[in-house]
Design a protein around this ligand. Structure first.
Ligand code: ZN
Length: 455
């Protein structure tokens, strides 16, 4: 790959320890790693390739998405699930998801990745927990490689169907927890890369307390902890009904339940946590247990407003997640940062409850911390070469020159102009380079039609 100089950056937002914002900034990259950061005048002026941004772009570290279900791009705005809360929404969709195929999983993963990357995301975690018709986690892992996205693939699972007191219909759960664990082990051994700047890691992610057994959660934790860098992820305390289920089934709050199965620690992150109580927030902070905050999905399903200010005050690691596209219904991470800022203000009825820069922190270093990484989420020597740029001349930022960095969050900016992941140019002047988008969209829509018509 060689060396790359990016120069004449209007404002370079580093998100490093000092949160520097460098006027007329520049970066010197060697292969897939950032080598030097400073002003254009301070850095070398020659490289194998030079990208001159003409003093018109803001550059940020690439965003990190900490919760998604890629396959759900195929089931956006299904009429029967448009106006439901969590459990009824799931019950309206399980049947359609039962028609997924390996091809459907691969195609939807590529579509979601393209959408994420265009909205500034350079690293994403995905949570796949349904495996009908011979589908495997391998299907999305292989598909994502072509998109250039840095990927944390989560081996989800469901094993407790309706007849055993769970929520999913019996025909959609996997029959054997031993087989789930064996497949988890196979995936770790085949794909997990714990080296610095890794492009692919495996996470173990039984779907939720209402769809797997406590035993599977315990055994998954033991398996993950016997392999360095393998993290744990699930859904927790998403809404009022989720808390009621926990109290009735386990006689515990969601926080007590997580502790009882060993699911607290700095190698665990939970999605949503809208209804996490004060004791659990303190415990999450003490143990370094992370949270994937998904404000759009929480509003869409009327789950509630997560107490993010309180979590941050207790030093809980918090990142952002767009969640699956059946409950958002888009994969726009920049929009998620904007909604996180607005929701925090609304929840606290305090216009200073979250600033634009704090929302950008959640999207970058916050997400990196949740995924257990100190090699992404900031622009500094030794970090992976994952960065994005926004052109200040665009319509949405007209008049935002007083503070263009805050403008990226406050204004309705939709897409990046440039994105580099692992040193690879994946978006150039707004064009997604890795795949032909019109073909991908056409293929995706064919799959979506057959999925729903076949349900
Ligand atoms: Zn989810």
């Amino acid at each position: 790959m060689g060396t790359l100089l990016v120069k004449n950056i209007h404002t370079l937002v580093t998100m490093d320890g000092d949160r520097r914002e460098i006027r007329n900034g520049a970066m010197f990259l060697r292969d897939h790693v950032i080598d030097q950061v400073g002003t254009t005048a301070e850095l070398p002026d020659v490289a194998d390739r030079v990208l001159d941004l003409g003093d018109r772009h803001i550059v940020l570290p690439g965003f990190v998405n900490t919760h998604h279900h890629f396959y759900q791009t195929l089931t956006r705005v299904i009429p029967a699930a448009q106006n439901c809360s969590l459990f009824h929404w799931l019950e309206a969709l399980y049947g359609v998801w039962g028609n997924l195929t390996p091809q459907a999983i691969a195609t939807s993963a590529q579509l979601a990745a393209a959408e994420l990357i265009l909205s500034g995301c350079t690293t994403a975690s995905d949570h796949l927990y349904v495996f009908p018709n011979g589908s495997r986690l391998d299907d999305e892992i292989e598909a994502i490689e072509a998109t250039g996205l840095r990927f944390h693939a989560s081996r989800g699972s469901m094993s407790i169907g309706k007849s055993k007191g769970g929520l999913p219909p019996d025909e959609f759960v996997e029959a054997s927890e031993a087989a789930i664990l064996a497949d988890s082990q196979r995936l770790i051994e085949t794909y997990h890369d714990n080296r610095r700047h890794a492009m692919l890691r495996i996470t173990l992610a039984p779907c939720s307390p209402f769809s797997v057994s406590p035993d599977l959660l315990r055994e998954s934790a033991a398996l993950a902890r016997s392999h360095p860098g393998v993290r744990l992820h699930t859904h927790l305390a998403e809404n009022h009904a989720d808390v009621t289920y926990s109290r009735e089934m386990f006689k515990m709050t969601p926080g007590e339940f997580a502790a009882s199965v060993g699911w607290l620690g700095d190698d665990v992150w939970h999605a949503h946590c809208v209804k996490l109580d004060d004791d659990a927030i303190a415990e999450f902070g003490r143990t370094g247990t992370g949270v994937a905050h998904c404000p759009c999905s929480n509003m869409r399903l009327a789950s509630g407003m997560a107490p993010i200010r309180k979590m941050l005050a207790h030093n809980v690691p918090v990142g952002l997640g767009v969640d699956g596209s059946a409950s958002n219904d888009g994969s726009n991470l920049l929009n998620e940062a904007r909604q996180a800022m607005l929701m925090a203000r609304l929840r606290e009825e305090n216009a200073a409850a979250m600033t634009a820069r704090q929302a950008l922190e959640l999207a970058t270093i916050g997400g990196a911390r949740v995924l257990g990484r100190d090699d992404i989420g900031a622009i500094a020597p030794g970090m992976a070469a994952d960065f994005i740029s926004f052109n200040l001349d665009q319509l949405a930022l007209a008049g935002a020159h007083h503070d263009p960095v805050a403008g990226v969050v406050f204004c309705q900016v939709n897409q990046v102009d440039h994105s580099f992941i692992h040193g690879r140019h994946v978006v150039e002047n707004g064009q997604f380079l890795p795949l032909e988008l019109p073909h991908l969209i056409e293929r995706h829509n064919q799959v979506a039609r057959s999925l729903v018509d076949g349900a």
